[in-house]
Design a protein around this ligand. Structure first.
Ligand code: SF4
Ligand code: SF4
Length: 362
């Protein structure tokens, strides 16, 4: 642990207090680090230069700000990195994926949108820290700002530096005691808290499960993901047609993909959450492709209100399900549903329906 000279008087047990408040607010762990991410900055630049971010222009838009939190929030010298488990206890991970008539939605997206919940809790934590500082510093203010799953920050690199885990070959943050099914959030502050500075070394060893299991072979190598081939990108971020050569690999995954986490042995240690908000809504963890393909736009908007799924939009939702139906076992019901939807669909969805129908003629 290092200790800087604070311009604030900081109670000696402030760190313990912060941990206790964080736990009360539903976080499982936190770590504190400074804002220097030099090594990661270089890797990010190389990744962007290769074009692996595809159409996710926002990843390049922020320039060096992503690896320099003090440019994002001027005056910041510390990052409090926190994690919150999201796996709802009732979720069965593999059976939904294995039944090709069922729709697979990434585990993190089945409940309420986590951004609001986590940002609110982070802000509450920041407020508590501020009040504690004010109490011993004649009302002197600290500055703090909360981030969650935020494009302008290299969250996993910060969490790694803060000691919450290592960045696995699958590019996820992995924790020895909790696997990788958790959300990350950060508080950037000018409060000179002691840092943990314990870059966690990698514990992947010789394992390559995640690289081998990826259905679209999206990994260029360990730690390097070509997002343009990743099912999460294809089903969530990409607007327009899904490249033909990747459609088969998508299988029945209609929003995101968890395979490189399901295949990770460290997820034997993942913990379930007690947060009701992360429980699946509308039984989307058990839905069939045909049920979801029958939704009209009004139903989509109503059922996905307040959920991450809303983000992909109705047209892309239908496009994704059409691809998954092309990969489903051939049956009269599947072919009927595709043919019926064809006349009322947009041009984009129709192209994917035609592809799906071709799969059932083979
Ligand atoms: S999320 Fe799925 S498609 Fe993307 S890298 Fe992991 S296994 Fe591959
Ligand atoms: S699957 Fe194996 S190689 Fe991949 S992140 Fe997990 S431990 Fe590392």
């Amino acid at each position: 642990m290092t200790s800087d000279l604070p311009h604030f008087t900081v109670a000696s047990n402030l760190r313990e207090q912060i941990e206790q408040w964080a736990q009360e607010l539903g976080f499982q762990q936190l770590g504190i680090t400074d804002v220097d991410l030099g090594e990661h900055e270089q890797r990010l630049q190389q990744w962007l230069q290769q074009g692996y971010h595809g159409e996710m222009g926002y990843m390049a838009d922020h320039g060096n700000m992503r690896s320099r939190p003090d440019e994002l929030q001027p005056g910041s010298i510390r990052v409090i990195s926190l994690r919150m488990d999201y796996l709802a206890p009732e979720i069965e991970l593999t059976s939904q994926l294995q039944n090709k008539n069922n729709a697979y939605i990434s585990r993190y997206a089945l409940g309420r949108d986590y951004h609001k919940l986590i940002r609110k809790r982070l802000t509450q934590l920041g407020k508590k820290i501020q009040q504690a500082i004010e109490a011993v510093n004649q009302q002197q203010d600290i500055s703090y700002r909360a981030f969650v799953d935020s494009a302008p920050l290299l969250e996993r690199a910060l969490a790694n530096k803060a000691g919450l885990g290592w960045i696995g070959k699958n590019t996820m943050l992995i924790n020895r005691k909790a696997g990788s099914y958790f959300f990350l959030g950060e508080i950037l502050t000018d409060l000179p808290l002691p840092t943990d500075d314990s870059y966690q070394k990698e514990h992947c060893g010789r394992c390559t499960s995640c690289l081998d299991i990826c259905p679209t072979q999206a990994f260029v190598g360990p730690h390097v993901l070509d997002a343009r081939k990743c099912i999460s990108y294809l089903t969530i971020e990409l607007d327009g047609p899904i490249p033909m050569e990747l459609r088969k690999g998508i299988g029945n995954r209609i929003f995101g993909c968890d395979d490189c986490q399901i295949g990770c042995p460290w997820n034997r240690f993942s913990k379930t959450t007690a947060e009701q908000d992360f429980s699946p809504r509308h039984q989307l963890d058990k839905a069939t492709l045909l049920e979801l393909f029958a939704w009209d736009e009004a139903t989509f908007l109503k059922r996905t209100e307040g959920m991450p799924i809303r983000r992909t939009g109705f047209e892309n939702w239908q496009r994704n399900i059409a691809v998954a139906l092309g990969n489903a076992p051939t049956s009269l019901e599947v072919v009927d549903a595709l043919e019926k939807a064809r006349s009322t669909s947009t041009e984009l969805v129709r192209q994917h329906i035609d592809w799906a129908l071709q799969q059932h003629q083979k």
